[in-house]
Design a protein around this ligand. Structure first.
Ligand code: FDA
Length: 302
């Protein structure tokens, strides 16, 4: 089921079929804050009200033209201005394929630098999301180059990849701030753990490496076992709640987000918005079979 949904995430004709159904479109709004920047800022403000920070993500990936990549970078610069004007507690997340990584690496680097420099001017921060394994090395290379010039850029590590532990060591040496997640793409068995228990064990291993470092990192998961392991390790090692943050996705486990914030942990939600929500939404469906059964039951009524 997971493989099928992740495959469908990239099928344009299937997308057009699904989009005909109102219920399918409506369900997406559980995971996506809306189509405009105003919708997104509204969601951020609501989160901030209950002491939860946010990271705004302008949806879009695998941009096919330079013009579109530049437009996406322009929009992210505008978001940073919006965040400053609205005085909300929020940074931004970007995907390098949205900024032209499929077109040309230097061009993509320039787009990222423009955003990261603007973030620095605004006293803000840019998180570079991690996409599938075809982009891992190039993403790390681009982030490292950016990090040499600016502190305002960090990236994401996926616990399901065998290489991640080694990548984390290298990124720690270069003072790169990381978000640790399990990983959302369909990856070959030759390079990734297939059993949930193995990915979880690697998540815990890397979580410890991050907590022990003197940088501020993020643990991005809704898995209570991972969260408990993090809380326990931080207590055991006397690592203050202000030294790291938990991150979760907009619309998922709000109860858990709120409980952690009430308990004094730093919590940030990832708030996606924009028109290009289909692949993001399919990845969220793939993570939880119950989401798919819910859609399937209702699809043909809509
Ligand atoms: P797991 O999948 O084991 O789920 C644990 C529990 O969480 C489930 O039992 C369920 O209760 C709940 N849950 C999880 N997903 C759900 C869903 N879609 N709907 C409803 N409930 C759900 N990945 C990536 O490859 N690159 C990236 O850059 C990022 N960035 C990122 C940012 C942030 C802030 C988060 C939280 C996650 C990501 N991810 C990501 C996605 C990540 O890799 C992973 O696919 C999801 O977080 C699901 O994994 P969990 O750690 O939640 O555990």
């Amino acid at each position: 089921m997971r493989a099928l949904l992740l495959f469908l995430a990239h099928q344009e004709n299937i997308k057009n079929f699904f989009l005909k159904f109102k219920f399918f479109r409506d369900t997406a709004w559980r995971f996506v804050a809306g189509e405009t920047m105003d919708d997104a800022i509204k969601a951020v403000r609501e989160a901030n009200r209950i002491k939860i920070r946010a990271s705004l993500d302008l949806l879009g990936e695998n941009t096919l033209s330079r013009e579109d990549a530049i437009k996406a970078a322009d929009e992210v610069v505008k978001i940073l201005d919006g965040i400053g004007q609205e005085k909300v507690d929020c940074n931004v997340s970007v995907k390098l394929t949205q900024l032209g990584l499929d077109l040309n690496t230097d061009f993509c680097q320039q787009n990222l630098m423009r955003i990261a420099k603007h973030a620095a001017e605004m006293g803000n921060f840019v998180r570079v999301d991690m996409e599938d394994h075809n982009y891992t090395q190039r993403t790390l290379d681009i982030v490292l180059r950016a990090r040499k010039e600016l502190e305002t850029v960090g990236t994401v590590i996926q616990a399901y990849l065998y290489r991640s532990e080694q990548d984390v060591r290298m990124l720690l040496e270069n003072n790169v701030r990381m978000r640790l997640c399990k990983g959302a793409y369909l990856e070959p068995v030759t390079i990734s753990f297939k059993k949930k228990s193995d990915t979880d064990a690697n998540f815990v291993k890397i979580m410890k490496m991050l907590l022990e470092s003197d940088q501020y990192h993020a643990l991005a998961t809704h898995d209570e076992a991972m969260i408990t392991a993090t809380e326990q390790y931080a207590r055991e090692k006397n690592i203050g709640k202000d030294r790291f943050e938990f991150q979760m996705l907009y619309g998922i486990r709000r109860d858990l987000q709120q409980r952690l914030a009430r308990e004094g942990y730093n919590v940030r939600i990832y708030v996606p918005y924009g028109h290009r929500w289909y692949p993001y939404f399919m990845r969220r469906l793939a993570e939880r079979p119950a989401n798919v059964f819910f859609i399937a039951r209702n699809l043909f009524r809509g």
